[in-house]
Design a protein around this ligand. Structure first.
Ligand code: NI
Length: 165
């Protein structure tokens, strides 16, 4: 078990597009460390670039803070269907500690991803799980919550964040 250091904004690695994973089996140790780091933070999602690994993998557990663990390992994830309904939810990010932002996203998605065994999966996600998966997938494309805001809201939040660091 290892707790990895979490990369924080404005580290340039948070703005870079990650590389596809070729061999999921090579990620076993990294994924374990990412779960350890996420649960320790404590958080409900963590993407590889947040621990300085520029590969397309994230972990999430949307339910553990409410009781039961439902860990997901999502390698080379893609949104294959986005619902038509959107909602605004308050999101936090382990890489931008101390601030939160209201982000508008589809409330339902179908996520395709490869698991650690190398099996391609397709899962329909709703509610917080859908929000979390979209947030983590954004990280793999170099997008953080600041990038999902209007220029005015972003500027205010960046000022608030800068005052904390
Ligand atoms: Ni984040």
């Amino acid at each position: 078990m290892s707790i990895l250091p979490i990369v924080t904004w404005p580290d340039p690695r948070l703005s870079q597009v990650c590389e596809p994973v070729r061999d999921p089996a090579t990620l076993t140790d990294l994924v374990q460390d990412m779960f350890d780091t996420m649960y320790n933070a404590p958080g409900r999602g963590l993407a590889a670039p947040q621990v300085g690994v520029m590969q397309r993998v994230f972990v999430m557990d949307p339910t553990w803070k409410d009781g039961d663990r439902t860990p997901y390992v999502c390698i080379n994830p893609e949104i294959v269907i986005s619902g038509d309904t959107v909602a605004k939810n308050t999101e936090a990010c382990l890489s931008i500690p101390g601030v939160s932002a209201d982000v508008i996203r589809p409330t339902e998605i179908t996520l395709a991803y490869t698991d650690l065994d190398g099996t391609r999966q397709e899962t329909w996600l709703t509610g917080f799980a859908a929000t979390c998966a979209q947030h983590e997938l954004d990280h793999l494309n170099g997008i953080v919550i600041f990038d999902r805001l209007s220029p005015e809201v972003r500027a205010a939040l960046e000022t608030e964040y800068a005052a904390l660091t």
